[in-house]
Ligand binder design. Structure first.
Ligand code: SAJ
Length: 439
């Protein structure tokens, strides 16, 4: 007797399944494009009509997915996009790629997942497979998504429909590991869910790694990014300790990195930015708190990383002090506002915290960032200075926060009165240059 699973597997393997991607951001759009190029008929759904209008016109707003990739898919009818969730009514395979930010309170914000699931539940039918890609705490797929999908019907997961979790590993701008070739972990609510979801994704992705449950897949992602956050916290604390010891932490790290095994290089910085690393581990610690367990590594690393902007401001104060100046009334030029080099992403950038703290100490602050022309945060707003050379000369201290590669650091050191270098961008770490103070 042909089961629902068999019928769905046949559809997926014959590329006859109708696929829907909920959320067309830096995760959803690349996923839609890869499946479209693999022969699937993909409908993307996003509430932002501007995005839909652009996509329907064959234009992309995600650098990793050029318009030249989108337009042929749209022209062939392989990819279409809409703001209307009713497009789900005849979907066979649905990927949920919606944001999972933190609330102001620091708690997880699952409102996007809830809203998408509620919309999807109206169209749930036998023979459907659903994969959640949004980074979240272990248990979300089973406790929240499954409950919401089945609260008004008697469909059985693993028999009538299939539900799994697969963490996104998109690193915008990276060209070596892409949506197509990135190893993709997938775990289902039941073994059959794991099998069906893996078979689906295996139609378009080169390396599907099936695991035994949704919880394993959810937790793998959190381990990946918690590993990174904790190691960045460790190396930031090493910077503070080396400073107390009068040892150059950058030289120490380079020396340790000569070890050919058992060591992975991380570098100190002004804090932890981005939309993944500062946020994902807090989803895990939040969940464990509800189980009366304190995730001490995450809490400690978060405390150390969160304190780095203040540590940087203390460094600026030390630099000015060498010239009998105070922060109050001094002019500080911050170089680099994006959360990491050579991108225009400002999310959770420590530059915003450093500028805020300097302003609190009555310093006059200006900034320059070739990728970010304007900053506004809390109660202040600034434009990137036009004349970098003049701004460097005018400033009492230049503070390098993000080491964009197109800065001429030698010229900056030459022209500046003083430099606080939080990234060893100038190469003058360990206080080897009279003008440069480094982390
Ligand atoms: N940072 C340090 N020291 C380090 C590394 C990073 O201070 O040694 C800071 C960065 O300046 C930045 C923050 O940490 O402010 C995050 O940097 P990141 O290099 O982790 O960059 P992200 O946030 O873009 O992380 C993404 C993640 N990718 C996914 O979640 C799919 C992460 O897992 C990747 O390892 C990372 O990209 C990457 O390697 O580029």
């Amino acid at each position: 007797m042909t089961t629902t699973k068999d019928t769905l597997l046949q559809k997926l393997e014959a590329n006859e399944a109708k696929m829907v991607v909920l959320g067309l951001g830096y995760v959803g759009l690349p996923l839609a494009a890869v499946f479209g190029e693999s022969g699937f008929h993909v409908t993307g759904i996003d509430p932002d009509k501007n995005k839909i209008d652009q996509l329907q016109a064959g234009e992309s707003y995600i650098p990793d997915v050029p318009s030249a990739e989108i337009k042929p898919l749209v022209d062939k009818g392989q990819f279409r996009s809409s703001t209307d969730f009713a497009e789900l009514k005849d979907a066979d395979a649905v990927s949920i790629c919606v944001p999972t930010p933190l609330r102001k309170t620091g708690d997880p914000d699952l409102s996007y997942i809830l809203a998408a699931t509620e919309d999807l539940a109206q169209y749930l039918h036998p023979g459907m497979v659903i994969v959640l890609e949004s980074t979240t705490y272990p248990g979300t797929t089973r406790e929240l998504v499954l409950d919401k999908l089945t609260e008004n019907n008697d469909l059985e997961v693993g028999k009538d429909f299939f539900l799994a979790f697969s963490p996104e590993r998109v690193d915008p701008g990276r060209e070596d590991w892409t949506t197509k070739n990135m190893p993709k972990v997938i775990g289902g609510i039941t073994p059959d869910c794991s099998e069906v979801a893996s078979a689906w994704y295996g139609q378009a992705l080169e390396n599907v790694v099936m695991v035994s449950s949704a919880e394993v897949a959810e937790m793998a992602k959190l381990l990946e990014n918690t590993f990174r956050m904790v190691n960045i916290g460790l190396v930031n604390e090493m910077a503070v300790m080396c400073d107390r010891l009068g040892v150059d932490v950058w030289e120490v790290i380079d020396a340790a990195a000569t070890k050919p095994f058992g060591f992975m290089k991380f570098t100190p910085g002004p804090g932890l930015g981005g939309h993944c690393i500062p946020i994902d581990p807090l989803y895990l610690s939040w969940k464990l708190k509800s189980l009366n367990y304190t995730a001490r590594f995450i809490e400690l690393a978060s405390e150390i990383n969160t304190n780095m902007p203040r540590y940087v401001v203390d460094k600026v104060q030390d630099a000015l002090n060498q010239h009998a100046k105070s922060l109050n009334g001094s002019h500080i030029l911050v170089l680099g506002a994006a959360y990491k080099p050579d991108i225009d992403d400002l999310r959770e950038s420590p530059a915003l915290d450093v500028i805020g703290l300097l302003r609190e100490k009555q310093a006059t602050v200006s900034y320059h960032d070739p990728y970010i022309p304007h900053l506004s945060h809390e109660d202040w707003a600034l434009d990137s200075v036009d004349d970098l050379t003049a701004a460097v000369k005018d400033a009492d201290c230049v503070c390098i926060i993000t080491n964009h590669s197109n800065y001429d650091y030698a010229a900056i050191v030459e022209a500046a009165k003083q430099v606080v270098d939080t990234r060893n961008a100038t190469g003058h770490s360990g206080n080897t240059h009279p003008k440069v103070l480094s982390l």
